[in-house]
Design a protein around this ligand. Structure first.
Ligand SMILES: Cc1cc2nc3c(=O)[nH]c(=O)nc-3n(C[C@H](O)[C@H](O)[C@H](O)COP(=O)(O)O)c2cc1C
Length: 170
């Protein structure tokens, strides 16, 4: 399946936490990372570093550290997004990159799930397992693979979250 970078990828994306065993092609991985690389960043600092992990023992080890991502152990692949700690906007920058990574994967039909890294107790342990220097901090983990199951999350109505000119709700 080729990429479909039309608006539809935003509307059909859902977090995927259950994956088929099929490996994700190297070309797709590179292309999704390229989408992440192109994300906006404050002052164009691009303060990110992307890890690509497919070794089962490492995935199991990382999954074991997380509180809400045990499913990561069964993913064919997992990305780890790190940000340079001394860049003021590293969290915003790396969050933008994470979103583009997820949408880049989905353009190929590869499902994934944003797993919290920043503010999590396991952030440092994951960094050490992956041998990443202390100047970086984990922002997100993104386990990915072809979906076995897709759960639909409810979304707020536009009219409940948008205001024009001046907010007048309560
Ligand atoms: C910052 C952040 C952290 C998240 N952490 C987790 C997580 O640790 N485990 C998990 O299963 N999902 C995690 N998610 C995914 C959300 O649960 C999911 O995006 C939300 O329920 C909406 O569903 P959707 O992605 O299908 O629209 C996280 C999402 C974000 C943006």
């Amino acid at each position: 399946m080729g990429p479909n970078l039309e608006l539809i990828i935003f509307r059909t994306r859902h977090s995927v936490r259950s994956y088929r065993d099929d490996p994700v092609d190297e070309k797709i991985i590179r292309d999704a990372l390229d989408c992440a690389r192109l994300a906006p960043s404050a002052r164009n600092e691009q303060p990110w570093l992307f890890g690509v992990i497919s070794e089962r023992s490492t995935l199991t080890q990382i999954a074991g550290l997380t509180d809400h991502a045990k499913f990561l152990a069964d993913a064919p692949i997992c990305f780890a997004v790190f940000g340079k700690k001394d860049e003021k906007y590293y969290l915003e920058d790396c969050s933008a990159a994470t979103t583009q990574l997820i949408l880049g994967l989905w353009a190929y039909g590869v499902g994934s799930c944003w797993v919290a890294g920043d503010k999590k107790e396991y952030a440092d342990a994951v960094r050490e397992i992956l041998g990443v220097p202390g100047g970086y901090t984990l922002v997100s983990l993104v386990p990915a693979g072809y979906p076995k199951e897709i759960a639909m999350a409810g979304k707020k109505d536009l009219d409940d979250i948008v205001f024009s000119e001046k907010y007048s709700g309560s």
